[in-house]
Design a protein around this ligand. Structure first.
Ligand code: GLU
Length: 475
């Protein structure tokens, strides 16, 4: 048994990331102690606080972990789940550090978690818990626009972010930058258009880019392009649902969708919005009229397909099922869905794994845009939209005169349009995901690295080393 394995022979989640880090460290020549500093979690705040629920006082367990301060503020979501524990939050905070570095988002990694099951607690009580958690963070200086900026994660969304902002503002009244203390807020509370679907859209952009590279596609026996690719998505939460919708719209075929209660399958393809409506109306994806049920949801991961997208929780692909996975490409929309043992098995099988620290970075990328918007106190596109429309109109006039041809009203509408906030956010996200992909691929090729995950870690660690060096912390 290696020193990283626990008594049952499996790795702790944090050790999994350390293992991935160590593989990349072989390609970096820098003193070992400095790599150890990058790996370590800088601050771990574990708290217990009382909340009155009904007539009872409940003691709530919660965490905020700041993994790295090489850039400030720290950044990362807050999850609500009964599975929350220190190891998990430390690992997810570390992933945030590497993720931000890859996509050039100037933040250190952080993560928070509250050990509750939001499905069994009323919205009123979730609000109480969220507000109390926020005030605990404020007391210890663990939140603020320049300190640490939370965001949504598993089990949280816009509502919780709104409560965090409101609590922060009430305790820091007069802080003109208070809106930037948290991202993923509703638009009316300083949120940015495009944040909700950002992680799913980033997953789509990343996989689409991979599918456009002939060399990569031929290596797994697939044709170039996304159209017609058979895709399985596990998890229909915010990330999985939006990724599924974008893949479906682009002409890929979603052959199976898996949720906690089971999966559904149709080899000809599922209509994602119809499935979502069915889920909303029935509380389950099962018994969707145009599909076959698969009672054991884990079996859906093992179906024949081109691309598998785990978009739920960690460790769903492990040493016991990795050999049965038939996908040629796995896109990690969730954080840490593949254990290190499974990673090795899949690598040997030649599966292309697009790693979480790159592929699901769309969320934090657009969080960065929201944070910038909050600090600049102006909506994207507000200053230039009309100006661009006027310039475009002049330009069209010249084209019509020179070409002696009238452009149709429909075409005119398209060309005249100045950029709205959503257009700017999406183009920033698309550019980020495309650049990130090619940077990882270039490193993989130039250093002859065996897989994308290790190459992504090399890219990320090098960037962190660079900023420490510029800070003067490293000699
Ligand atoms: N929870 C998301 C993640 O794991 C987003 C974090 C953020 O926007 O700060 O990447």
């Amino acid at each position: 048994m290696s020193k990283n394995q626990n008594k049952t022979g499996s790795y702790s989640f944090f050790n999994c990331i350390e293992k991935n880090f160590d593989k990349a460290a072989r390609f970096i020549s820098i003193e070992k102690g400095l790599l150890e500093q990058i790996k370590a979690c800088n601050s771990v705040y574990r708290m217990h606080f009382p909340v009155k629920i009904g007539k009872e006082v409940k003691v709530i367990e919660a965490y905020r972990v700041q993994h790295s301060h090489h850039k400030l503020p720290c950044k990362g979501g807050i999850r609500y789940s009964m599975k929350v524990n220190q190891d998990e939050i430390m690992t997810l905070a570390a992933l945030m550090t590497y993720k931000c570095a890859i996509v050039d988002v100037p933040f250190g990694g952080a993560k928070g978690g509250i050990k509750i099951d939001p499905q069994t607690i009323s919205s009123e009580n979730i609000e109480k818990i969220t507000r109390r958690y926020t005030s605990e963070l404020i007391k210890k200086n663990f939140i603020g626009p320049g300190i640490d900026v939370p965001a949504p994660d598993y089990g949280t969304g816009e509502k919780e972010m709104s409560w965090i902002f409101d609590t922060f503002l009430s305790l820091r009244s007069g802080d003109v930058d208070a809106l930037a203390c948290v991202t993923g807020k509703p638009i009316s509370q300083g949120g940015v258009r495009g944040r909700k679907e950002a992680t799913g859209l980033g997953v789509f952009y990343g996989i689409r880019e991979l599918c456009h590279v002939k060399e990569e596609m031929y290596s797994v026996g697939l044709d170039v392009g996304l159209v017609g690719k058979k895709i399985i998505i596990q998890g229909l939460g915010n990330v999985g649902y939006h990724a599924a919708s974008f893949f479906h719209e682009s002409g890929a075929i979603i052959i199976a969708l898996a949720e906690r209660e089971g999966a559904i399958y149709n080899k000809k393809g599922l209509n994602v919005s119809k499935v979502f409506l069915h889920l909303k109306n029935n509380g389950s994806i099962l018994n969707f009229p145009e599909a076959k049920n698969i009672e054991n949801t884990e079996k859906a991961l093992e179906l024949e397909c081109d691309i598998l997208i785990p978009a739920a929780l960690e460790n769903v692909i492990h040493k016991n099922n990795a050999n049965r996975i038939k996908a040629k490409i796995i896109g990690e929309a969730a954080n840490g869905p593949i254990t290190p043992e499974a990673d090795e098995i899949l690598d040997k099988k030649g599966v292309i794994i697009v790693p979480d620290i790159y592929l699901n970075a769309g969320g934090v990328t657009v969080s960065y845009f929201e944070w910038l918007k909050n600090l600049s106190h102006v909506r994207y596109g507000r200053m230039e939209k009309k100006f661009r429309e006027n310039v475009n109109a002049e330009f069209l006039k010249v084209i019509e005169t020179v070409c002696k041809k009238k452009i149709s009203i429909e075409e005119k509408k398209m060309i005249l349009r100045g950029p709205r906030e959503i257009d700017l956010v999406r183009s920033g996200l698309e550019d980020t995901m495309i650049n990130g992909f090619h940077k990882i691929r270039d490193i993989k090729k130039s250093l002859k690295i065996e897989n994308m995950r290790t190459a992504a870690f090399v890219l990320s660690i090098n960037k962190i080393i660079d900023s420490y060096e510029k800070l003067g912390i490293f000699p």
